[in-house]
Design a protein. Sequence first.
Length: 420
Amino acid sequence: MSVIFAFNAWELLAKSRRKVAAAAEEEETRNVVVGKNKKREESRVSELLVKSQASDCSRNCSIGTLNSACDACTCSHHVLSGRVLTEDDIPLSEANISLAETPYNIIAQTNISGYFVTLGVCAIQQELLVTKAGFVPVKLTANVTTSTTANITAKMEMAEMTYRHHMTLDGQYLALEIMDTAGERKDPKLALVVPHFEDGRYLCLNAPGMEMLKMEIQLPVDQKEFKRIKIFGMEGEGQYVGDEASEWFSKYMNKPGYKMYKLSRTRIIRTHDEWSDIGEAGDQATFGDFAPYMILAEACLASLNQELSSPLEMERFRPNIVINGLKAFEEDKWEGGRKIKIGDVVFRYLNHCARCSLPIVNPKTGEKKGEEPLKTLRRIRLPEDRDPRYDRSPLFGINAAPDTDGMGVICQGDSVMIWS
């Protein structure tokens, strides 16, 4: 590697000073303009109050105007500020602030000191949502200090586990006992059950031909049926969710005996002793076959599809992360400990993903037909020099664990760096 550009430090300093001077002049000019427009803006406010109801929205706003998306009451002169901390008063950066009704619309993000300021949000009678990866979401209402200002102070509790491969909400754990812990491997129709949450209180399930099942996350205290649940070698105590969920699943699967349990936070974790040479302290996953993350390159799928009569989509292989720019099966040359940096996160390559029969299940139809792609994978992805611990399982994708301290963010379009 070599340096591909250089710069003169004195020239850079001079440019920086010129920029600062220009910015100061621009700020002074802007303040003059703001002063001239202040009276004009005040006269506009009274007009805006009359138009406090948007034509496509049924809400009424007493002190501002509604935006066209009806996401919130917005006031150009209103300021919402605040700070986000841990329970131990440590500032949290990159915490997202949104309205609880529209969590997808991030209105502000905290800085390195945990502070944020945002304009245009009328916080009066609005419930706010504070979220950050690795922490339990917080809902709260703002403290209104004046007619145009409000603030919040949110303290966030660290989530119990870093890796979650099951349905979660604010630290709650749910699992479905379906007579066979292999799940979709034995009952492929379960691939069509789609979960979502409503109002932070309800778990909702949808499936073809079924009415939506809506259940409260917080189970009644008089629900006393418990059972020891074991999934992929991990054990925990489960509390019976109720007959309604059991009847719903039994009807959908056209089999009796399905039950749903909410798992406790305490459980016995299985260890992979045969792979102890690649694991490190802190590596863990919940209800997954092996690792918390599986990464797959687009070129690998393209290479496989050239061997198949009917091309398959990436969803068949359930990767957490899909990357491009790698050659097909370039990972065959990798050694343990290789690093992969995506966004803010550094992952550690563990081993190849040894494939089971689940990719045979079509995730769009819930059907399991034939032997593909497993048959072809066994023909082209069983290298002769493979580790004997893989046995006869074909290799497709890689398993990885995050090495980054704390939490990080990755986004679509992030660059990928790989090194030993």
